[in-house]
Design a protein around this ligand. Structure first.
Ligand code: GLU
Length: 466
């Protein structure tokens, strides 16, 4: 069998949508699994809506997800001469014809058909015209087969059949000479020798027209796999209304690429009850034929759960690299402050996103500007003074900065003074972080270092005497 060749073919009219990313992922997985080739093609023939920013955003999203392509990016606008030449070929072979019907005439006929309850369809006025009608403006239409059916075995949806009489003589070239969408897709997929077309099921209706074109052009017809849509919680097609839909927005909200990929692969595909898939496992287990036939609902809670899982299981070094942009967006630099990897170790068990982690990491790099008054008010000032003093004294004499050793010091302080852990830990946590939502005391002190911890205790001690 020939080598598998698949492609992701986004139109650069916006950012990379999570639905598009999932289509890209399915293509990529299949290529990696079968030792095939994954091609990136930018469908930019809509000159008004396509932008360079969108192209960049799509490439950025793909790269962030690690969906590296083997060939491309190819741009359809670079193939205009090829499309023109192929339109001419169909004209020469009598498989396409020039149609001189004016837009208003067609509009009137369409309205009439609708009024009479008929399906609006081109009536074939110019189909049998002989010769050219001077230099009047024309479109080029494909001479579609009139009887019979066009059918294909979708790898996901099974056999889909369309009666040919429902299919118009498709316009393949507009009056201004530009080729139309379905025609370009066929020429590209054929010349790129695509063997399997995996795309959203919003393209199912285009497929019979495309198959007819392949046949007319004498190209082998690829296999098709139409992936069901992603819906929002209200079962409407996922859109901005439901929250973020851009891959880059998920990056900026602090999701890890492996969490988003894991989430996307499970949207519509399953392998028993397994939920967690590394990239390698996905490649090993993925099968396009086990993608489900029904649409999937986007569930942010589950994505958060997966993200927390990946945060917990990532190395602090990797998280540090990913966390830095989230910190610098908050104006925080880690230079001269506690070691970021140590800080991360204190936070990674509990953070669902890198944004949350960045927020919780702030106090390590910025001494609290204020304290949680309500939490402080639970202790009397004399007690707070005594605690801050005792801890300061112990730390001054301590040579160690390992969390476990510091926790042991705190136990000693409690034992020496007859205090319970909550009576010491909570005030110290407030002194060091400003609030009560911080990680374990030993971990905080170890990351902050003895000197910084003592400074903060000193400040808090001054504060409570006021
Ligand atoms: N450019 C089309 C889209 O973004 C994809 C077409 C295809 O995959 O055949 O929806």
């Amino acid at each position: 069998m020939s080598q598998l060749r698949v492609r992701f073919a986004p139109s650069p009219t916006g950012y990379l949508h999570v639905g598009g990313a999932r289509t890209a992922l399915f293509n990529w997985l299949l290529a990696r699994k079968e030792g095939g080739i994954f091609i990136l093609r930018i469908e930019d023939t809509d000159l008004e809506r396509s932008t360079k920013e969108s192209v960049d955003a799509i490439l950025e999203g793909m790269s962030w997800l690690g969906l590296e392509w083997d060939e491309g990016p190819f741009y359809q606008t670079e193939s205009f001469p090829l499309y023109k030449q192929q339109v001419q070929r169909l004209l020469d072979e009598g498989k396409a014809y020039k149609c001189y019907c004016r837009a208003e005439e067609l509009e009137e006929k369409r309205n009439l058909a609708m009024q009479e309850g008929r399906k609006p369809k081109y009536d074939g006025t110019c189909r049998e015209l002989q010769g050219d009608a001077g230099d009047r403006p024309y479109v080029v239409r494909f001479r579609a087969p009139q009887g019979g059916v066009t059918s294909f075995d979708d790898l996901i949806k099974g056999t889909i059949t369309f009666p040919n009489e429902e299919l118009d003589d498709l316009i393949i070239q507009r009056t201004d000479g530009s080729p139309t969408y379905n025609f370009c897709v066929v020429i590209d997929d054929a010349t790129m020798a695509i063997t399997t077309v995996i795309r959203g099921d919003d393209h199912v209706n285009n497929t019979p027209r495309q198959i007819q074109l392949y046949e007319a052009l004498g190209y082998p017809v690829p296999r098709f796999a139409h992936v069901p849509m992603i819906l929002g919680s209200d079962k409407a097609r996922l859109s901005k209304r439901h929250g973020a839909t851009s891959v880059i927005a998920y990056r900026d909200m602090g999701f890890l690429p492996e969490a988003l990929l894991n989430y996307l692969v499970r949207l519509g595909w399953s392998n028993g009850d397994d939920e967690i898939f590394s990239r390698e496992e996905m490649v090993e287990k993925f099968a396009i034929t086990s993608v489900g036939r029904s649409a999937s609902v986007f569930n942010t809670e589950k994505l958060l759960w997966l993200n927390a899982h990946y945060i917990k299981n990532s190395s602090p070094a990797r998280l540090a690299e990913l966390l830095l942009p989230h910190l610098s967006r908050r104006g925080v630099t880690t230079d001269g402050g506690p070691d970021l990897e140590k800080v991360i170790v204190t936070l990674q068990e509990r953070a669902q996103t890198l944004e949350e982690m960045a927020e919780r990491a702030l106090f390590f790099y910025q001494a609290p500007a204020s304290y949680d008054e309500a939490a402080l008010a639970k202790f009397d000032k004399g007690h707070l003074q005594a605690v801050f003093g005792a801890v300061d004294e112990k730390l001054a004499a301590a040579g160690v900065v390992e969390p476990a050793a510091i926790d042991a010091l705190f136990k000693e302080i409690c034992a020496d003074n007859g205090w319970k852990m909550g009576q010491v830990g909570q005030p110290v946590r407030i002194a060091l972080s400003g609030g009560t939502q911080a990680p374990g005391i030993g971990e905080i002190v170890a990351a902050l270092g003895i000197a910084e911890t003592r400074l903060r205790l000193q400040k808090a001690r001054e504060y409570v005497t006021l």
